[in-house]
Design a protein around this ligand. Sequence first.
Ligand code: NDP
Length: 491
Amino acid sequence: MVFPKNYKLYIDGKWVDSESGETFPSLNPAKPREIIGNFQLGNGDDVNKAVDAAERAFKKWSEMPAPKRGLILLRAAQILREKKEELARLLTKEMGKVIAEARGDVQEAIDMAEYMAGEGRRLFGYTTPSELRDKFCMTVRMPVGVFGLITPWNFPIAIPAWKIMPALICGNTVVFKPSSDTPLCAIKFVEILEKAGLPKGVLNLVTGPGDTVGMAIVRHEKVRGISFTGHRDTGRTILKEVGLKKVGLELGGKNGIIVLEDADQNLALDGVVWGGYGTTGQRCTAASRVIVHEKIKKKFETMLVNKIKKLKIGSGLDLKTDVGPLINKAAQDKCKNYVEIGLNEGAKLLTGGKIPRMSGFFFEPTLFTDCSMDMRIAQEEIFGPIVSLIPVKDFDEAIDAMNSVEYGLSSSIYTKDMRKAFLAIQRIEAGITYVNSSTIGAEVHLPFGGIKHTGTGVREGGIEGVQEFSEIKTVYIDYSGKLQKAQIDTE
Ligand code: NDP
């Protein structure tokens, strides 16, 4: 019998045990009896040590020229590339997503590492004229200090990369707390950064529960910035406790796809199935609402049901699998509960709705129709393979349905009418709008994030991703040799 390995915390450049002396397991969601490893149950003392180490490392790291910091990220990208398949397989084992998507998850981290390595030669500020003579005005970017990064399980390599890479290139040091459902992915990622040559103390990893380890980071006085991705309610709790820190929250979504009567229906069909059931619906950008013109509703429903019934459920490591397991038992119970809610609300179940007789945390790809926009299944984030179809009579009603939710992350419209496409871009309340493409497919060099209850309005990725992890300093250089007074010396 092979016993699962015990993994450690990474503090001040060393792999160490938690002060608690306790561990917790991480399971394979496709085979819950398989324990992938045991992980340190970190606590507040571990967080204190990690923050102290990050604080000590800050001066040297922030004073290293940014292009040199970039070289370390580039080396990390190279190692990630070499280990891509190994990491992807591990990711599928720990998180459950199908192997092709797991490769995509790792690729996103490679892309982000390369992109942010290049950013080390930019980190732009700007120059602008002064209102006074012989005076020079510019802005420069400064690191924030020790940054606390708290991440979810659904992109266990990509999301840490979307935070760690920009945080490091900007000169911050980091205390990283990953989801307790995917600690091994986090450890493997940190090992790669260590191997790439990151100096000790620059990146510290503390595994353990959100309400103790996560909260200790959020409340810590020496932590100057918090970047969190996760559930809306956790975001709310963090906002209450974080104090006067720089804070970025990336929260939930209830994303919709509009399919108008003139749409290429085969294209829309592929987009809905990929957006709704890819990653088993466990993406913040998952398409969990399909807003369909009533003229094409019947035909589109039939097309959808036929395609959904062909989706194969199973282990993500099996190349034939389309839909892997949910992350854990709670997620499976939540899906079951939402099916009950949908039925009680009067929605019509077209396919799915059950837990299959399999040992993992699987759930059938599920489609409800005849949903109204105010039903709970059409309003609340389910985070599973459950899609609600909302029929509408025209374009205006489609936009109203799209905007009827509290979230505003991703959105999509299928139409051949360019005027309607542009009107939709203008009127949809969301951080991202796709035209004739599904709600998912972020690229690292573009800003990613949402409005309304999807977060605090920060964007990750692109140049905006650098803003989240840096401060702007305004610099005035007066070379006139005399006292000049802005707004007062008007000559
Ligand atoms: P959670 O909010 O439950 O957890 C996210 C992270 O926060 C985990 O590391 C968790 O630790 C930690 N945490 C939990 N409670 C606290 C607390 N009180 N203080 C500090 N940290 C805490 O989200 P999930 O992991 O379940 O992720 C799913 C959610 O993430 C969905 O709502 C999804 O929409 C959202 N998401 C948003 C994205 C975006 O960019 N907008 C992208 C991806 C996901 P632990 O695991 O130990 O509980």
